[in-house]
Design a protein around this ligand. Structure first.
Ligand SMILES: Nc1ncnc2c1ncn2[C@@H]1O[C@H](COP(=O)(O)OP(=O)(O)OP(=O)(O)O)[C@@H](O)[C@H]1O
Ligand SMILES: [Mg+2]
Length: 597
């Protein structure tokens, strides 16, 4: 129940529309009963010209209405009934449309609301969240689960309220007309309800598992689409197809299983309903023969009983739909209720410039509590205006140092100080505003070249963007592109060479003009001309900045004011190129392998 209220929270803002929709449902329910009630005068007066007999006392206005109808001429009554039926159906149709439309608005608005909320949360959450979940799974929260939620809110909620109203009205009618007969019919009801409840519970479990299968499908799709190059290079198409087939087949089996359960449910309930009707018919027929009940009223009674089957059937499906929506809502809340692991402290202060130095003081770090330390007792000083180079074997923890400086993750022990201030006391936005990051792999967005560079400074003028491109040595090749500055970079920049992509990323960083630059030199092989251009672009970018660079090039380490050698998460050497060559074995080895060209 609590879960259901949480689901309803998504439509809290639409409460006015919801009430209006419920009112429309109520009105159309009454019209529904009234149109069925037309059976009475048609059967008793128009067709047989007898009297309407109700087995007990009615309120005065109904009595006088019946008396009036009883005294009417059949032909005249027929015309009145024909006219009333037309009016009733028009009105009923109007209100059915209105309630459906209103509920659709409510559902669609809820989807917009949930999707926006989720997307905001994605942006707010820290990087550890992204490394724990697969992209496909996250995408499916916004696409699939939000859709299921809408289905539940629009159709599930409509049926829950609308069909309950219908059911309540018909229950009232049958008990009003003939309590004893009504009671007998209701004894049969639990026999229907019990299996329905059981199947509903099973469906909930199946739905949640089939969602997981869908997430698998999404994940493998986004992985193989973005990794198309690798799949082809390794010639693993068949392997991927097999993997994909298995997931699709599993998903099919799940869907078939739940479809079977859902489909079996309705013939079953209908059959039991029919049995009940036969029993009633036998008993009620006797009362009609004895003249205790008129034929029309008995027809109305039977019609009302029959009319309960549909709402009841729908209500049992509502249970399944709602279970699906509830499962989706739970998965959505799981994300919405997550707290970002890195957040501003209440008294966080903004910084505008680095005046003196950045200091790592006895910094220890691990990505997961149960894993080993990735950084061990790091002590490091980066003076303002200096270029410090980090070198070390793969997996030694170089990128991790960047991650901590940008506060993508919090240090496990120790402190990182900016001019003596712990970075946990600095406003995240100001820290990232003054820092520029160029990653090992260029990351570009599916947008125009201009927009990709302007990402560094959204308010940049045309001139600023072009001058940044010039300094990144990207200007010339951009002009040659098919649509120049407005060329859209395909997914992951398929249309550009590695060196060109890197220079666009550098232009973006130049435009941002950060005081502190974190540079992860690309290890990807570029041809020497391209390499040269990228190197020059980087030199332009690094001018006048405090730079921490993960170095893979000899020219970079030689230019650095200080080189820091990292091995297995610890600093094993620090100094100038020539000193380290003499007194650091690892550096000498790295120099021989990595920098010897
Ligand atoms: N998001 C993460 N979650 C868990 N462990 C991680 C994560 N990122 C990196 N690691 C682990 O931390 C260690 C250091 O990784 P890091 O990326 O800092 O190495 P690196 O020195 O940058 O290596 P490379 O030169 O290959 O880029 C590795 O053992 C790696 O497996
Ligand atoms: Mg790295």
């Amino acid at each position: 129940m609590k879960e259901y209220f949480k689901l309803l929270k998504f439509v809290k803002k639409e409460i006015g529309l919801l009430i209006l929709a419920f009112i429309c449902m109520g009105i159309s329910t009454i019209f529904n009963g009234a149109s069925l009630g037309m059976i009475i005068p048609v059967a008793d007066k128009v067709l047989t010209n007898k009297k309407i007999i109700v087995p007990h006392k009615l309120p005065d206005f109904l009595n006088s209405l019946i008396d009036k109808i009883n005294s009417l001429e059949p032909l005249f009554l027929l015309k009145v009934i024909a006219f009333s039926i037309v009016v009733l159906f028009i009105l009923k149709g109007l209100f059915v449309f209105l309630q459906g439309f209103l509920m659709e608005i409510v559902g669609l608005r809820a989807v917009v609301y949930v999707r926006t909320l989720l997307y905001k949360k994605f942006q707010e959450l820290s990087l550890d969240f992204y490394s724990q979940k697969r992209a496909g799974e996250l995408i499916s929260r916004i696409t699939n689960d939000a859709g299921l939620l809408k289905y539940g809110l629009t159709y599930g909620l409509t049926d829950l309220i609308y069909q309950s109203m219908q059911l309540a009205m018909f229950v009232f009618i049958v008990f009003y007309i003939h309590p004893k007969l009504a009671l007998i019919s209701f004894i049969i009801f639990p026999i229907i309800i019990f299996p329905v409840m059981k199947v509903g519970r099973k469906l909930k479990k199946l739905s949640s598992r089939s969602q997981e299968k869908m997430a698998d499908l999404n994940a493998i799709l986004s992985e193989t689409i973005s990794g198309a190059k690798i799949v082809k290079a390794f010639h693993r198409q068949d392997y991927e197809i097999e993997k994909f087939k298995k997931i699709v087949r599993d998903y099919y089996k799940f869907l078939l299983k739940s479809a079977k359960r859902q489909l079996l449910l309705s013939p079953f309930t209908e059959f039991i309903g029919a049995l009940a009707a036969i029993a009633i018919f036998l008993l009620g027929g006797k009362d009609v023969i004895e003249g205790k009940l008129s034929f029309g009223v008995f027809g109305f009674f039977l019609g009302s009983l029959m009319s309960m089957i549909r709402p009841f059937k729908k209500l049992t499906q509502v249970h399944a739909i709602n279970q699906q929506a509830l499962a989706a809502s739970q998965r959505i809340y799981e994300i919405l209720e997550k707290k970002p692991s890195v957040e501003d402290r209440p008294q966080a202060i903004p910084i505008t410039a680095l005046r003196d130095k950045i200091e790592f003081k006895e910094v220890w770090f691990k990505y997961h509590p149960e894993e080993d330390f990735v950084l061990k007792d790091i002590n490091l000083v980066i003076k303002a205006g200096e270029t410090v180079a980090l070198v070390g074997p793969t997996g030694s923890g170089k990128t991790t140092i960047f991650n901590l400086l940008l506060r993508f993750y919090e240090v496990t022990q120790g402190r990182i100080l900016f001019d003596g201030v712990d970075i946990r006391d600095i406003k995240l936005s100001s820290l990232r505003e003054m820092t520029g990051l160029v990653t090992q792999e260029p990351v570009l967005f599916n947008d125009t070249v201009r927009a990709n560079i302007a990402y560094g400074k959204l308010s940049a003028s045309r001139e600023e963007i072009e001058s940044a491109a010039k300094r990144a040595l990207a200007y010339d090749f951009i002009k040659e592109l098919p649509s120049g500055w407005d060329t859209v970079i395909g997914d992951k920049g398929f249309r550009l060479s590695g060196g060109q992509k890197q220079r666009l990323c550098i232009a973006r960083a130049i435009l941002k003009n950060p005081q502190l630059l974190l540079l992860d030199e690309a290890t990807a092989q570029l041809d020497s001309e391209s390499e040269n251009l990228v190197q020059k672009a980087l030199d332009n970018l690094m001018q006048g900045k405090t730079v921490l660079v993960i170095a893979h090039r000899l020219s970079t380490v030689k230019k650095a004011s200080k080189i820091v050698v990292i091995d297995k998460g610890a600093i094993v050497g620090e100094g100038k190129h020539s000193d380290l060559l003499n007194n650091c074995d690892l550096y000498r080895k790295l120099y021989e392998f990595q920098f010897s060209f």
